[in-house]
Design a protein around this ligand. Sequence first.
Ligand SMILES: Cc1cc2nc3c(=O)[nH]c(=O)nc-3n(C[C@H](O)[C@H](O)[C@H](O)COP(=O)(O)OP(=O)(O)OC[C@H]3O[C@@H](n4cnc5c(N)ncnc54)[C@H](O)[C@@H]3O)c2cc1C
Length: 336
Amino acid sequence: MKTFTNQNPGTVDEAIELVRTAREDGHSVSFAGGGTDLLQLVKERVVNRSGQDVPDVLVNLKSLEGVDQVSFSSLGGVAIGGLTTLSNLANNPRILDDYKVLAEAAGQVGTPQIRNAGTLAGNVCQRPWCWYYRNGFPCYKAGGNECFSIAGENQLHAIFGGGPSFIVHPSDVAPALVALDATFNVAGPSGNRVISSSDFFVLPRDNVQHENVLSDDEFLISVDLPAPPNGLKSTYHKVMDRDAWTHALVSVAVVMEMDGDICSAVKIVLGGVAPEPWRVPSAEALLIGNVVTEELARSVGEAAVSGARPLAKNAYKIPLVRGVVARTVLALATSV
Ligand SMILES: Cc1cc2nc3c(=O)[nH]c(=O)nc-3n(C[C@H](O)[C@H](O)[C@H](O)COP(=O)(O)OP(=O)(O)OC[C@H]3O[C@@H](n4cnc5c(N)ncnc54)[C@H](O)[C@@H]3O)c2cc1C
């Protein structure tokens, strides 16, 4: 196996400097958080963001100091370090109170071991789990020019936003962050930038090799969430083909503001169905200004699947989305 250098920066500036130096020396770089995804990619020699199966330099972000904290602002809102583990997010009492959808999404990732090691940033930036990509097929994600799922085994693939690649975005946490209007703080040798969660993820039609707008030299340092308005309720629901240890077949993050019985604002974001977290504005629009009844929730579920384009073997996702959206919206709106 090709060797690589492991680097343990203590600060964000040191990490940036390591990337700059590696690039000047013509070396490829990969970032590691908990390593629960990345080390498997390296071990199985799956092509990573740098376009190589094994990077020259691995920048271990877990060695950064102070980037694994959850800090609540006195003005409201929260800054979450990118290296915060999923377990810490899932069990943080104020995240559970104010941003329940995020705690629930983090708490449903994989297994306790993965949540203890896995980080927020690594979860959001994990590569697709399409079996063709993970098994060394020269697909678009690996730098090739074909999506093998189109004519192949596409049970787990996209029903929205696909083409030319039909991967689904695998992160449980990402739909929750989009629903909460998160902003992402990113660092790299060309400077820091702040990116809205609605602009962070990309469809294959815009960039077939990457799932987000980060350049190969940039890494995610932290995520900010706005203060929760009064009357905010939120939840995450995930449907799997077994009880644990796996990604969503379909999931939904719902963030709803209530004025008494009336829904005054809402975001519904689907996971497991598209190459990026998938918002369904036409379903959201039906809820605004209305009391959420069973009948309305059913219409919202129906609206959530409009425009779906299943492949040969994944049409089962349509009734799953319809049902999970209707059930989750009704349960959330009527919860006390
Ligand atoms: C058996 C199993 C089950 C799983 N089940 C789920 C599941 O149910 N739901 C789910 O969402 N995920 C699941 N995962 C995927 C994944 O391992 C976890 O989501 C985990 O949170 C990834 O975090 P990490 O810190 O270990 O990432 P790493 O493995 O360290 O990194 C993942 C990717 O993100 C990049 N990266 C890491 N940190 C940064 C950063 N700060 N900035 C930019 N890029 C970065 C890495 O280069 C790599 O490409 C599963 C994995 C396994 C092995």
